[in-house]
Design a protein around this ligand. Structure first.
Ligand SMILES: NC(=O)C1=CN([C@@H]2O[C@H](COP(=O)(O)OP(=O)(O)OC[C@H]3O[C@@H](n4cnc5c(N)ncnc54)[C@H](OP(=O)(O)O)[C@@H]3O)[C@@H](O)[C@H]2O)C=CC1
Ligand SMILES: Nc1c(N[C@@H]2O[C@H](COP(=O)(O)O)[C@@H](O)[C@H]2O)[nH]c(=O)[nH]c1=O
Length: 328
C-alpha cells in the first residue's frame, strides 16, 4: 500500500506500488502458497494472472509434487465476470458464489489448501481480518502518497479486534518496507509454544510441552520446554526459572503453554499451577487440556479458583497435539 494507506489510486489503470524486488518477494510468497484468493472486483478491475512468474519456482513446486501454480480463488455475490479474464484461463480456479468466508476457508481446507494468500482488495482484506481468519498480515509500504480518498484503502471500515497485534519482522525490500503482523496474539504465542514443545527430549511417561511468558507490552520475557535442563522439569518451570524472582513484569504477564498447567504431579512436590500462582502471573493461555493419562489435570479449575484469568484455546489443540502420540 501507499504511505497513506491506499492499495490503488482512483484511476481505472492499476497502480503499481511494488518495485522489482518486492514483486519478487510477492512471487516467492505466491509460490509458497496452496491458493491465492482475490475479490471479484479485483478480477474485474485488474484482470490479474495470479500465477508464479518465476520458471524456477514453478519447477520447484512441480518437483515437490504440487501444481506449477497455486489454485486461484475468488468470491462473488453479484457474479458477472468477463469469461476471457486471465482468472478463467485454465481449470486451476474456483469461484465461491454467496458463500460465508468461514465456509470458503473450510472448503479450501477440504481441497487440501493449508496456506492461503489473500491478495486483496479492500473488501476481502476487511472480511478476513474482521472474521479473525488471517494468521499473518504482510504489509508492504511503497514510498509514495496517493492522496485521493476515492481510492481503495488497505481495509474498509469494520469491526476489527481491538487487541494489539504481534509485530514480527520488518524488512527493507528495495525501496519498500515490509512489516509482518500476527493479528491474533494468543494464537501467535501458542504456536511459539508448539515450536518449543517439538524440542523436548522424548519420553514415554511425560508430555512434550512448550511455554512462553509474555509481558503486558507484548515482549517475550522467557520461554522453555519440558526436560530442557532436567528430566523431570516441566515447560512452565523451565520458563519461570529464567526469570529473576520478583521481576515486576510478571505481575501483568501472560504465561502461554501448549498444555494445561499441571495441578498435581508425581515427580516433584510443586505443580506448575502453584508455580504460576506464586509468581503472581495473572493470565494463563493454553491449547490442550491435560488428558488423564498420568494424573488428573485440574490446572484450569485451580488457577481460575485462585483468580487467574485462564483461556483455553481449543482451536489450537490439534496443532499442539501433533507433538506426541501421547496426546492421541
Ligand atoms: N495493491 C494491491 O496489492 C492490491 C490492490 N487491489 C485493488 O483493490 C481494489 C479492489 O478492491 P475492492 O473494490 O474492495 O474489491 P475486492 O477485490 O475485495 O472484491 C470485492 C467483491 O468481492 C466479492 N466479495 C467480497 N466479500 C465477499 C463475501 N464475503 N462473499 C461473497 N462475495 C464477496 C463481492 O463481489 P461481487 O461484487 O461480485 O458481489 C465484492 O463486491 C482494486 O482497485 C484493486 O486494484 C487489489 C488487490 C491487491
Ligand atoms: N498493484 C500491486 C499488486 N496488485 C495485486 O497483484 C495482482 C496482479 O497480479 P499479476 O497479474 O499476477 O501480476 C493484482 O490484481 C493485485 O491483486 N500487488 C503487489 O504486490 N504490488 C502491487 O503494486
Amino acid at each position: 500500500m501507499s504511505v497513506d494507506g491506499y492499495i490503488d489510486d482512483a484511476h481505472p489503470e492499476r497502480l503499481v506500488l511494488s518495485g522489482d524486488e518486492d514483486w519478487d518477494r510477492v512471487d516467492e510468497l505466491r509460490a509458497s502458497c496452496d491458493a491465492i484468493l482475490v475479490g471479484a472486483n479485483t478480477i474485474r478491475s485488474d484482470n490479474p494472472r495470479l500465477r508464479v512468474r518465476s520458471q524456477r519456482r514453478r519447477a520447484e513446486r512441480v518437483a515437490r509434487g504440487l501444481p506449477a501454480n497455486p489454485l486461484r480463488v475468488t468470491m462473488t455475490r453479484a457474479g458477472g465476470f468477463d469469461p476471457d479474464a486471465e482468472f478463467f484461463a485454465d481449470d486451476n480456479h474456483v469461484v465461491y458464489e454467496r458463500a460465508e468466508l468461514s465456509t470458503v476457508v473450510e472448503d479450501l481446507y477440504r481441497r487440501g489448501v493449508r496456506r492461503l494468500m489473500v491478495e486483496g482488495g479492500s473488501s476481502v482484506h476487511t472480511g478476513f481480518l474482521t472474521s479473525n481468519l488471517a494468521d499473518e498480515i504482510q504489509l508492504a509500504i511503497a514510498p509514495i502518497f496517493v492522496g485521493d480518498s476515492r481510492a481503495p484503502r488497505f481495509v474498509n471500515d469494520g469491526e476489527f479486534a481491538k487487541d494489539r497485534m504481534v509485530l514480527g519482522d520488518i524488512s527493507r525490500v528495495g525501496d519498500v518496507t515490509v512489516m509482518r503482523f500476527f493479528p491474533d496474539a494468543d494464537r501467535y504465542w501458542l504456536r511459539e509454544c508448539v515450536s518449543e514443545s517439538l524440542k523436548c527430549p522424548p519420553s514415554e511417561t511425560a508430555y512434550p510441552v512448550g511455554a512462553v511468558i509474555v509481558g503486558a507490552d507484548g515482549r517475550e520475557i522467557a520461554r522453555g520446554y519440558s526436560r530442557e535442563t532436567d528430566p523431570t522439569a516441566h515447560a512452565e518451570e523451565e520458563a519461570l526459572a529464567k526469570v529473576t524472582p520478583g521481576d515486576l513484569r510478571l505481575a501483568t504477564a501472560t504465561i502461554y503453554s501448549s498444555l494445561e498447567p499441571c495441578s498435581t504431579r508425581k515427580s516433584r512436590p510443586r505443580s506448575c499451577s502453584q508455580w504460576i500462582l506464586d509468581a503472581g502471573i495473572p493470565r494463563v493461555v493454553f491449547a490442550l487440556r491435560e488428558p488423564s493419562r498420568f494424573v488428573v489435570g485440574e490446572g484450569f479449575e485451580q488457577l481460575s479458583a485462585a483468580g487467574v484469568s485462564v483461556v483455553e484455546r481449543a482451536d489450537l489443540a490439534p496443532e499442539a497435539g501433533q507433538a506426541s502420540p501421547l496426546y492421541r
